[in-house]
Every structure is written in C-alpha cells, then in structure tokens.
Ligand binder design. Structure first.
Ligand code: NAD
Length: 417
C-alpha cells in the first residue's frame, strides 16, 4: 500500500499506531484501519479561457464505511496529492466517530492553482471532476463538502452536475450548498463557530487568570475568519491574523468586525489599517494565549515547536502539527484541541444539512446552532474526561474515542467474506 505514502499520510498512520498500541486494539482491525478502503485517481481535462486544454489530477479517497456513508471535503490546491487526501480521509473517520455521526471518512481534491483560475475555469473543473468521480459519490455512498479553495458555489455546481446525470434534483449528494438549493442555515459559519466554542470551553477549564486572553490566527478563509469573529465575540483579543498574502499584528488587538468587511471587499487581510506586517512563520511563534492554525497541514514541526509560546492551540486546519512537534508541545504543557475535535463543527452541520435534505424538512438557524453547540460540548467533555482518566493528551484521548467506536463496530460486523 505504498501508493499512499507521503509525510502527511505517514503522520496520520503514526497517530493511529500510537493509540492502537495504547488501546490494545485488535491487530486485524488495526491493520484494516491503516489504509483507505477505496481510492480513485482521475484526469480532469478542461478548456481554459485562452482556448488551450489542460489536464489536472483529481482524487477521491474513502477511508472507512463501517458506520455509514463516507463524508469529507473537496480541496482545490497545488499541494493536493494522493497521500494528503488519504490522510485527510482517515482524520475524517475519527472526527465523525468522535462526534457520533453515522459516517465514515473521505476526502477529495484537485491539484491546481485556484488563485490563477477564473470563475468559469473553476466551474468547468468542478463539473468535470464531479463527472469523473460520479460512480463513487451519492447521498447514500459518499457526500462531499467544501474545503480549501472550494465553497458553496462549488457545491452548487457539483449538486447540479450530479443531478443532471441522475435526472432529478439530488441535494443530499453534497453539503455546504447555498441555502436556496438545499443548504442548511448555519453551515457556512459552523466550523469557525465550533473552533471558537472549543476554545471557550478550554478557557473555562484552564482558568488562565486573564480577563482578556489574546489570540493569533493563521489563515483567514472560511475557518480562520469565522473563528476570529466568534473569539472576538467571546471577549478574546485577536492580535494577529494572516492569509496566503501576508499577516497583520497589533498588540492592542484588531478590530475584527471592520477587518471582516475589509476582507470581504479586498479578498486579503494585507493593508488593513496600515498595521505592522507579520510573516506566516512568525505568527505561529507569537506570545499569545491562543493559537489557531487555520490554513495548511504540517506548519508546526520539530523545527519550530520549541518556539511556540501559546497556552491553547486549537487546530482549525487539519493536521497542522506533526507527531514530532506534538510531543514537544505536550512537554511544554500546551493544551492542544486536536483538529478532529476543534474543527468538527463543519461536518456536524453538514450532517444536519444531509438529514434536512433527506427529510425535505428544514430547521431554523437557532435549532442548527443549538444542536451544534450541544454536540461540540459533549465531544469536548468526553475528550477532556478521557484525557484525565487515562492520563493521555487530548489528541490521544480524542482518537481513542473515535478509533474505539469504529473498531467496535468493525468487530461486530466482522470481516467479509
Ligand atoms: P479557505 O480556502 O476558505 O481559506 C484558506 C485560508 O488559508 C485563506 O485565507 C488562504 O489565504 C490561507 N492560506 C493558504 N495558504 C496559506 C499559507 N501558505 N500560509 C498562510 N495562509 C495560507 O479554506 P478553509 O475552508 O478555511 O480551510 C482551512 C483549513 O481548515 C484547511 O486545513 C481545511 O481542511 C480545514 N477545515 C475546513 C473546514 C470547512 O468547513 N471549510 C472544516 C474542517 C477543517
């Protein structure tokens, strides 16, 4: 199964091997969980606006289907490859199980430079990619959602393409859609709302002894910007933010509501209020109470972990901390809220969206948010209690719960044939 091997996939496997040993996991189940169940690599040819034809590489990986259909985002990014998508699909399995959702994990992506593509090119890419992976997806099989550089427009194109093949509207084939085509109220904000809520719960547990904790956020897209909005509302002083173009730092704290409208107009945080610039590398090492990496994987490694100074690290991104860095941060006493918990709000409300689509019965935003906060709070408490009882770090505790649920279902179902 060396096809999947790259740094991110090997990190995901290492995390699984670590908890498997601690839990004394059944060896056969462990072996099955180390690899995705199914993976598809497709060529995605499209006509560019200049008339030329270009072929992109697309992937869809389903890690596990024990508890239900698979679920996971679609990413358009130049670093997308089979190993990364496979690792992300594995984390989705643990995340869904931790939150008690009836899903397994999946992920997909296309290797491309979305910043350099027009909206029309993105639409052609999304539609042709959907066509190529059509046999793998469906409301009862595998339900994609947005991830980096994809959004609700992308989901509307995927839903439309799939529905055209089937012959009638199938809103349940994707989540994170616009509300007018079967999306859920509250979905767009769900991941960031969930990240901010887990930080709030961590602050209550840790009692840092400050009235106005400080935060730095790397990445200011869907997850980073909404996390900033809700941290600000919870009384946290957000002192630094960044995106792919650069970052801002102000020890007095950023005016988040004004920054959000600035970014909505300009598409970047750069240039806001003529504040001091800060590099993406530096933002991670600031002296703040809360650090939220909300962009790429593997940004905190054994090379910079010893310089990380935060007390709480909430993983808005998937896989921002390597296993080697994890150990260094634990030794420093950093309270890590692992991605499979911190950023699970997105898949929780995606689940609500899918349930609403299947029932053709839609909920109010208050109902969605209330249920989201309830599920996030329950999972946070389970992780906290497990970590205390088993004397393990939060990531290990979260994975023990997630892996444990999938493993016991696998043992009950047995191995076919
Ligand atoms: P997005 O495309 O909306 O935003 C990505 C942000 O990261 C942008 O601000 C971009 O400028 C910034 N960025 C890109 N490259 C960067 C770099 N090298 N340095 C600093 N910033 C950089 O994506 P998103 O949906 O916010 O996803 C961000 C992360 O959160 C990803 O790891 C994703 O897997 C994870 N996540 C997203 C969701 C969701 O619902 N969207 C759910 C769970 C986890």
């Amino acid at each position: 199964m060396q096809e999947f091997y790259n740094e991110t996939f090997l990190n995901a496997q290492k995390q699984l091997d670590h908890v498997a040993q601690l839990m004394n996991l059944d060896a056969g189940v462990h072996e099955r969980l180390r690899y995705p169940r199914k993976a598809l690599i497709v060529s995605v040819p499209i006509k560019l606006d200049n008339g030329q034809t270009k072929v992109f590489s697309g992937y869809r990986v389903q890690h596990d289907q024990t508890l239900g259909p698979t679920k996971g985002g679609i990413r358009f990014h130049h670093e997308v490859n089979l190993g990364e998508v496979a690792a992300l699909s594995m984390w989705m399995t643990w995340k869904c199980a931790l939150l008690n959702l009836p899903y397994g994990g999946a992920k997909g992506g296309v290797c491309c430079f979305p910043e350099e593509m027009s909206v029309n090119e993105m639409e052609r890419l999304a539609r042709r990619y959907t066509t190529e992976i059509l046999s793998m997806i469906g409301p009862e099989k595998d339900i994609p959602a947005p991830d980096m550089y994809t959004n609700e427009n992308t989901m509307a194109w995927i839903m439309d393409t799939y529905s055209n093949f089937i012959g009638y509207a199938v809103p349940g084939v994707v989540t994170g859609k616009p509300v007018s085509v079967g999306g859920s109220l509250g979905r767009k904000e769900a991941t960031g709302r969930g990240v901010a809520h887990t930080v709030k719960l961590a602050l209550e547990k840790l009692q840092l002894g400050t009235d106005e904790p400080t935060a730095a956020i790397q990445g200011f897209g869907n997850v980073g910007s909404i996390t900033a909005k809700y941290l600000h509302q919870h009384g946290v002083k957000v002192v630094a933010v960044s995106d792919v173009q650069g970052g801002l730092y102000s020890p007095k704290g950023l005016d988040i509501p004004r920054l959000l409208s600035y970014v909505a107009d300009r598409g970047t945080v750069v240039g806001f209020d003529d504040l001091d610039a800060i590099e993406n590398r530096e933002i991670l090492e600031l002296e703040v109470d809360i650090l939220v990496p909300a962009a790429l994987a593997n940004v905190i490694t054994e090379h910079n972990a010893s310089r990380i100074k935060c007390k709480i690290l909430a993983e808005g991104a998937n896989g921002p901390v390597t296993p080697e860095a994890d150990k260094i941060l634990q030794d420093k006493g950093v309270f890590i809220i692992p991605g499979i918990l911190a950023n699970a709000g997105g898949v929780v409300v995606s689940y609500f969206e899918w349930v609403q689509d299947i029932q053709h019965l839609f909920w109010s935003e208050e109902q969605v948010n209330e249920k989201l906060i309830y599920l996030m709070g329950r999972a946070f408490e389970e992780v906290y209690q497990t970590s205390t009882a088993k004397k393990v770090d939060n990531r290990t505790a979260a994975m023990m719960i997630g892996v444990g649920r999938v493993a016991s279902a696998k043992l009950l179902r047995g191995l076919y044939p």
